[in-house]
Design a protein around this ligand. Structure first.
Ligand code: KG4
Ligand code: ZN
Length: 364
């Protein structure tokens, strides 16, 4: 079977990343990751408690060439041995997206290679296929700092959104609640570590939308309630118990909404594609992941989630999405634009907008 070797570039948030992935045509995973380099900007943003777009864009510019050179070097390849170049074109912080997309275009143009302008969410959607067999179609829960969505993924470029957050993303809730507990940015991993020493029973937190129709999510009520409680906790044991309660409330909502999506998905797909994939930064949380895996099992779904390194932002997932696009002839012109917002399912976003005036929400 023919194979495609693609360089991927990712700069949509606070990670500067480049990777080389070899994908075999017709393969449903695992792909061959020849290199995956990720430079985190966490230290640069930590003093501000979150990602500062201008700081991020400048940091990407300073390091992008070095990261791409390192990825090529570790793969042991020259640009001439590539079949194409994939770069994230959105959604994300547009200054950063422009840096990676321009770098990708420059290499593709100079080498006479096809360019794939990849949707960052499509990267997360294929990320489990970097390390495991995960054939289409599958049900996807995409949970990251900017997104919280359930999608029926029929193939590359063919996703249907079943539900999305109406306010904050799950990762954003982790980060903001962690900040109110005095934990350093990014809060998700720190909150998970604190929750390990905690117990159930001391705090009761709201579970938004539970029992309601549909598969949408909401975390703002939880965020407010947890922030109020955070002001009252004094002992280390109380802090750990609150972190535990927060993680449990988030997991409850993710599981209940996913279970609903599974029921609907089974009605449409029958026995086909009973695979539940969880991707994005929050999928790195082992407690949440275990709860989601149990939900999948109890609903007759197989379960797949990427290894930790491919849960958070990386370029291997962008390279793989690019390779799958290239195999279908889905390449882009030099005029491909950087897009701050870019829903995977444009129709669902049009019919059910989550970004109406005056309302803050997820990037997609
Ligand atoms: O996928 P990602 O790297 O970036 C986006 O596309 O948003 O996700 C980052 C998010 C952050 O909100 C971070 O706190 C969260 O994923 N995260 C976690 C964990 N590791 C990362 N949340 C909970 N537990 C973790 N272990
Ligand atoms: Zn991401």
């Amino acid at each position: 079977m023919p194979s495609l070797t693609v360089l991927g570039v990712e700069t949509s948030c606070d990670e500067t990343a480049a990777a080389v992935v070899r994908w075999t045509d017709g393969g449903q995973g695992p792909a061959d990751v020849l290199s995956s380099v990720v430079a985190s900007q966490v230290a640069a943003h930590r003093p501000y408690g979150g990602v500062v777009p201008e700081v991020a864009a400048r940091a990407h510019v300073e390091i992008i060439d070095t990261i791409i050179a390192q990825a090529m070097d570790e793969a042991g390849l020259g640009f001439g041995q590539l079949d194409g170049v994939a770069a994230t074109a959105g959604p994300g912080l547009v200054g950063g997206v422009m840096v990676g997309l321009s770098a990708g275009k420059a290499i593709a143009m100079a080498q006479g290679l096809p360019l794939m302008a990849v949707n960052h969410l499509e990267g997360h959607a294929v990320s489990a296929r970097l390390a495991a067999r995960a054939p289409y179609p599958f049900l996807l829960l995409l949970v990251s700092g900017g997104h919280c969505q359930l999608l029926a993924v029929e193939g590359i470029g063919r996703s249907r959104r079943l539900g999305t957050t109406i306010d904050d993303a799950a990762g954003e809730a982790f980060d903001k609640i962690a900040a109110s507990l005095g934990l350093p940015y990014p809060g998700g991993p720190a909150l998970e570590a604190l929750a390990k020493g905690g117990q159930a029973g001391r705090f009761t937190l709201p579970r938004m939308l539970l029992g309601r129709a549909g598969c949408d999510f909401s975390f703002s009520g939880l965020k407010t309630a947890a922030a109020r409680l955070a002001e009252t906790v004094v002992s280390e044991a109380e802090r750990a118990d609150l972190a535990f309660a927060v993680q449990d409330a988030i997991a409850d909502q993710l599981c209940e909404r996913s279970a609903r999506a599974m029921a609907g998905y089974v009605r449409e797909h029958g026995a086909e594609g009973r695979l539940f994939v969880v991707a994005g930064g929050v999928a790195a949380n082992m407690a949440v992941r275990a709860r989601l895996q149990a939900t999948a099992t109890s609903h007759g779904f197989a379960f797949a989630a990427p290894p930790l390194a491919y849960c958070t932002d990386n370029a291997a997932m962008i390279a793989l999405a690019g390779a799958e696009r290239l195999a279908l002839g889905l390449t882009d012109g030099w005029d491909a634009a950087a897009r701050p917002r870019w829903p995977l399912d444009a129709e669902a976003a049009r019919l059910q907008p989550t970004h109406v005036a005056g309302r803050k929400g997820a990037k997609a």
